[in-house]
Design a protein around this ligand. Structure first.
Ligand code: URA
Length: 429
């Protein structure tokens, strides 16, 4: 067996790693015997030189086996989850999981924290006072049985190698790698004891995959790895050339999700919940996609999805009525008249992160209240001085001038009306 240094150098030079070498590296890393600096170097070598299909499958399998694979067969069939590759303002799991549960889908969702400029479902849920993201597997399964869904954080025993690597990639500039994203997502999702998985692969300036070609490549890799592991996987490529919905942050995204669960909320969030949920119902219940989508729409409008959300969050100790609110607001205004042509989600995400909505270093603590509200969405016409966005203050008070300037610069204004491109680009699988 080659040493860790030899394996890093091999990948640096574009060579293949053998199955047993990959299993050894992941095993050593999971057990804390391979130091973070060596794994960081390897991740950077993979970022540049990639992994081929077989290496990706082995890497995924090794991360999956670094921990426990849940067996939830006793809950019955129809166990389907959804995962997003990460976007700005992407709170979709919050309304989606209860809406799917209200349609009879069982959703055992293990979710992540913020990564790079994107937020994480668990960070958002932790803005709810009392909410506990760490559960033991029996409690998790019990909540899924009773409420139809449960969202918990990655435990030490589910894909622990991914948990460590994810945190490392977040702070070493190695997130945007197709094989590393594939292995990260598929290892923890396949450990959930699900039969099917719906993937939301984001494309655009606010996403890790900036072009349609790269996003398609990622989607195809994930659908292939899932299929080889015996799961039904469907991926949607969806546009991320503006933040999703109006809110970017943690508590404010929970509040926006509740609006959607009350039958309101921004049209783009509602559309995505319907489409991804429709596919979840299709896979779990064997109905057509259109029928699945209609059932999800009904669950959002008749209060049944909201009731599921309340039940499951309360079972995890969360008090939705105590959701914290901003301590103040700063309005960011338009420098001139125009039409909003684009909103750079990457910049909006980084601005929110710099104010405390995300982490710059692994050990940073999130301010749940800080956030950004987009006041003028793509397509809107604004006059000079009108609000483009509003910064929601947290414990740190008003934002520094550079955050305001950065947020203003994230908006591209044009003189002519801009057509809004469709949200759903393509379905794969
Ligand atoms: N989401 C994940 O779970 N992992 C990644 O690597 C990127 C997005």
């Amino acid at each position: 067996m080659r040493t860790a240094v030899e394996l890093i150098a091999a990948k640096r030079d574009g060579k293949r790693l053998a199955d047993e070498e990959i299993r050894w590296l992941i095993g050593e890393f999971a057990e804390d015997r391979l130091p973070a600096y060596q794994m960081s170097a390897l991740a950077m070598a993979i970022f540049y030189n990639g992994l081929d299909d077989r290496e990706t499958r082995t890497w995924t399998d090794a991360m999956l086996r670094s921990g426990r694979v849940l067996d939830l067969a006793h809950l019955g069939s129809g166990r389907v989850d959804k995962h997003s590759t990460g976007g700005v303002g992407d709170k979709i799991s919050l309304p989606l999981a209860p809406a799917a549960a209200a349609c009879g889908v069982l959703v055992p969702m293990v979710a992540g924290r913020g990564l790079g400029h994107t937020g994480g479902t668990i960070d958002k849920l932790e803005a709810i006072p009392g909410y506990r993201a760490s559960l033991d597997v029996d409690t998790f399964a019990g909540i899924v049985r009773e409420h139809g869904f449960c969202i918990m954080g990655q435990t030490e025993d589910i894909a622990p190698a991914d948990k460590r690597l994810y945190a490392l990639r977040d702070v070493t500039g190695t997130v945007e790698s197709i094989p590393l994203i594939t292995a990260s997502i598929m290892s923890k999702k396949l450990a959930e004891g699900i039969e099917g998985l719906i993937l939301d692969v984001k494309v655009g300036p606010g996403a890790f995959m900036k072009t349609r070609e790269r996003a398609r490549e990622l989607a195809e890799r994930m659908v292939a790895v899932g299929g080889e592991m015996g799961k039904r996987v469907i991926a949607f490529l969806t546009r991320m050339d503006a933040p999703l919905g109006r809110m970017v942050g943690n508590a404010c995204e929970v509040a926006e999700s509740i609006d959607v669960l009350r039958g309101g909320g921004p049209a783009d969030v509602v559309e995505l919940v319907e489409v991804l949920g429709g596919a979840m119902v299709e896979v779990a219940k064997g109905v057509s996609f259109d029928e699945g989508r209609a059932r999800i729409r009904a669950a959002l409008n008749d209060g049944s999805a909201l009731a599921r959300f309340r039940g499951s969050i309360a079972a995890q100790g969360g008090d939705l009525d105590a959701l914290p609110t901003p301590t103040g607001e700063t309005v960011v205004t338009a420098p001139r008249d125009g039409h909003v042509a684009m909103i750079d989600g990457h910049e909006v995400g980084l601005t929110a992160m710099s104010l405390g909505a995300g982490r710059r270093r692994r050990e940073d603590v999130i301010d749940p209240v800080v956030g950004v509200r987009v006041d003028a969405m793509v397509g809107a016409e604004v006059a000079a001085g009108a609000p483009l966005a509003t910064i929601l203050h947290g414990a740190g008070g008003p934002p520094p001038a550079e955050a305001i300037a950065r947020l203003r610069a994230a908006f591209t204004l044009s003189d002519t009306e801009t057509p809004v491109a469709p949200l759903i680009i393509e379905r794969i699988g």
